[in-house]
Design a binder for this molecule. Structure first.
Ligand code: IYR
Length: 223
């Protein structure tokens, strides 16, 4: 069935070798991405963040309702408020709320309740999922496949930031209702994650364990 109102669409005719080369290039670029928890306070132009959010805003999504909002935080006061609230939640998580099994799974990452990067990194992008609103953001119209849509948008956001040479960290304090209050967002929006963006500090490291990736044969089956 054709759209009742449609535009022509095509993709470039590439040789098979060229397609393979491009896919390999992108794979190799993306495999360089690491979640890094050590940020420098070096500034990063706002235009980079704007472009990455525009890239994220082009993600495939339910009914083209584009059910996302990106609250971009750079002011030291707001970053501090987010850090303080996040660390309070994380202290509760690490000292009782999390199961032993969960804490054991996090062991190789070396994470703890201290989140200095929330103040050090130049940009925090707080991603909200809009349960309602439609394309007009009326706060009422039902949205669809919200988590899927916003998850894909976050992937595209991180990909663009990585391509711009930035280090990123997806941070998910739990629960994160405090982000709605601090960012002044409405009740029908659910905070999904904080994407921390900036440059790694000079002494940055990443956990070795996190570089172990499942091979293709394990993550794909061909029917
Ligand atoms: N939100 C906590 C715990 C945490 C949970 C998972 I699953 C991770 O992959 C990493 C951390 C924290 O940020 O420390």
């Amino acid at each position: 069935m054709r759209d009742h109102d449609s535009l022509p669409y095509s993709m470039p005719a590439l040789a098979a070798e060229e397609r393979i080369a491009r896919a390999h290039h992108m794979r190799d670029r993306l495999k360089e991405r690491r979640s890094c928890r050590y940020f420098s306070d070096a500034p990063v132009p706002r235009e980079v963040i704007e472009a990455a959010i525009e890239a994220a805003g082009s993600a495939p999504n339910g009914a083209n309702h584009q059910p996302w909002h990106f609250a971009v935080v750079s002011s030291p006061e707001t970053k501090r408020a987010i850090r303080e609230a996040a660390e309070a939640e994380e202290r509760a998580f690490y000292s009782g709320k999390a199961s032993d099994e969960w804490l054991e799974a996090l062991g190789p990452l070396g994470t703890d309740a201290d989140k200095p990067f929330l103040e050090t990194a130049p940009w925090l992008i707080v991603v909200f999922a809009q349960r309602k609103g439609g394309i007009e953001e009326d706060g009422q119209t039902q949205n669809y496949y919200v988590n899927e849509s916003v998850g894909i948008a976050c992937g595209m956001l991180i990909t663009t930031l990585h391509e711009a040479g930035l280090s990123t960290l997806t941070h998910t304090p739990s629960p994160m209702g405090f982000l709605r209050e601090i960012c002044g967002r409405p009740d029908h929006e659910k905070p999904l994650m904080i994407v921390v963006a900036g440059l790694p500090s000079d002494d940055a490291t990443v956990p070795k364990g996190a570089t172990r990736k499942k091979p293709l044969a394990q993550i794909a089956s061909w029917l």
